[in-house]
Write a protein of this length. Structure first.
Lengths: 109, 113
């Protein structure tokens, strides 16, 4: 089977940098994705890593290390609007997505 | 603008009722999914479909069934609703491929009383 682990909560202040880790156990997958979900909203796609290394999209970066079964999402210059839940996910070879339990990020003024 | 639309934002149903949750996507995606979201448990896959009339069980299919008669529509059916099925239900769709993302509907908050 597949499973992903994330911290349940992270708190940081505006302007800071925060890293949300994701460790996984899966038999095979195409890549690691990150999704953001605001309270009452739908999850929305943030980033995708097919290969090992760092992908940067504006203030957000994501990293994958397949040898360590580990990835992270890095959020820089935190803003209040970044307060949300963040999910890592893998797309497995059967084409469905497996999600982690989510990390609730609280950004304080 | 791509869109996944779920028929209801909020539903209240009685124990034992048959419940239908409808989902429509306008992106011509092959794959559609139903997830259940509960606090601390993330998104758990109930069923997914990779083509019309095709379906695969996810991690928690018990008590649910699905129907996909047309490519754009994927329905989740609770055969006999129970209180432990009170939850947020999220529909998603995606194209087939390695780098594709999942697009989600706004969710249906179902309460079974």
């Amino acid at each position: 089977g597949q499973s992903l682990e994330q911290p349940s909560e992270v708190t940081a202040v505006e302007g800071a940098i925060v890293q949300i880790n994701c460790t996984y156990q899966t038999s095979g997958f195409y890549g690691l994705s990150w999704y953001q979900q605001h309270d009452g909203g739908a999850p929305t796609f943030l980033s995708y890593n097919a290969l090992d290394g760092l992908e940067e999209t504006g203030r957000f970066s994501s990293f994958l290390s397949r040898s360590d079964s580990y990835g992270y999402l890095l959020l820089q210059e935190l803003q209040m609007k970044d307060s949300a839940s963040y999910f890592c996910a893998v797309r497995v070879y059967g084409q469905n997505f497996v999600f982690g339990p989510g990390t609730r990020l609280s950004v304080l003024p | 603008d791509v869109k996944v639309t779920q028929s209801s934002r909020y539903l209240v149903k009685r124990t034992g009722e048959k419940v239908f949750l409808e989902c429509v996507q306008d992106m011509d995606h092959e794959n559609m999914f139903w997830y259940r979201q509960d606090p601390g448990l993330g998104l758990r896959l109930i069923y997914f479909s990779y083509d019309v009339k095709m379906k695969e069980k996810g991690d928690i299919p018990e008590g649910y069934s699905v129907s996909r008669e047309k490519k754009e529509r994927f329905s989740l059916i609770l055969e006999s609703a129970s209180t432990n099925q009170t939850s947020m239900y999220l529909c998603a769709s995606s194209a087939t491929g390695k780098n594709t993302e999942a697009f989600f509907g706004q969710g249906t908050r179902l309460t079974v009383v």
